[in-house]
Design a protein around this ligand. Structure first.
Ligand code: FNR
Length: 183
C-alpha cells in the first residue's frame, strides 16, 4: 500500500534551508510514501469571526490535510519557537471545533536551523501543539538539523554524507511509523 504524506514547511522564503531539507528528504523517500507539499503560503490568519464563512484557502488546507495519510513537518526556529505562519496553519487545520482535520494522522518533525541548537525549541513547541490536536508524532529518532548553511551546495543539493545517511535512517523509521498508525 502507498501512503500520501503531506509535507509542510514552516518557512516561506525561496532559499529556505527547511525547504532544501524537505526536497532532499522527498528525493530519498521510501517507495511506499508518496510525498507532496501542502502549501501554507498566503493562508489568511485564523479568526473565529470568519468561521461561519471561511476563506477558501482555509478549506483548501483542511482538505489537503484530510486527504493525507501522514504528515512530515519541517520547521525553522523563530525566537525559540515555531514561526507564526506554521502555528497559524495548525490552528486553521484544527477548526471548526469538533472537525479537527489533523486528528490521528501520524507525523514526524524535522527542525532545521543555521545555528547549533538546531531548532530544539521550535521542534518541541510544535510537538506540544501536535499532541493537543491528536497527531501521533514519532518520538525517535529525533531530527535536529543544525548548521544548515553548510549542508547544501549552490544548486541546493545536500553535500554531506553523514547527513544523507541520517536522513535514510530517519525516513525508514518514519515509514514504519506511518505503516503502523495510518488508517
Ligand atoms: C531566526 N533564527 C533563529 N535560529 C535559531 O536557531 N533559533 C532562533 O530562535 C532563531 N530566531 C530567529 C528569529 C527570526 C525572526 C528569524 C528571521 C530567524 C535564524 C534561523 O534559523 C534562520 O533564519 C534560518 O535560515 C530560518 O530557516 P529557513 O528560512 O532557512 O528555512
Amino acid at each position: 500500500k502507498k501512503y500520501k504524506i503531506a509535507v509542510i514547511v514552516g518557512s516561506l522564503r525561496k532559499e529556505s534551508f527547511n525547504l532544501k531539507t524537505a526536497k532532499a528528504m522527498m528525493a530519498m523517500a521510501p517507495e511506499s510514501l508518496e510525498m507532496s507539499f501542502l502549501d501554507i503560503k498566503g493562508l489568511p490568519w485564523f479568526n473565529e469571526d470568519l468561521e461561519g464563512n471561511p476563506p477558501k484557502e482555509w478549506e483548501t488546507l483542511r482538505e489537503g490535510i484530510q486527504k493525507a495519510d501522514g504528515l512530515l513537518f519541517f520547521t525553522p526556529e523563530y525566537n525559540r519557537s515555531v514561526p507564526g505562519v506554521l502555528k497559524n496553519a495548525i490552528d486553521v487545520g484544527s477548526r471548526p471545533y469538533g472537525e479537527n482535520s489533523w486528528n490521528g494522522k501520524p507525523a514526524a518533525i524535522v527542525s532545521v536551523s543555521i545555528g547549533n541548537i538546531s531548532g530544539f525549541g521550535a521542534n518541541h513547541h510544535l510537538r506540544q501543539s501536535l499532541t493537543f490536536v491528536n497527531v501521533p508524532t514519532m518520538a525517535q529518532p529525533e531530527a535536529y538539523i543544525g548548521e544548515a548553511s553548510a549542508l547544501y551546495d549552490d544548486n541546493g543539493n545536500l553535500n554531506n554524507d553523514s547527513t544523507k545517511e541520517f536522513f535514510n535512517t530517519y525516513l525508514d523509521a518514519f515509514e514504519k511509523w506511518v505503516h503502523t498508525i495510518a488508517k
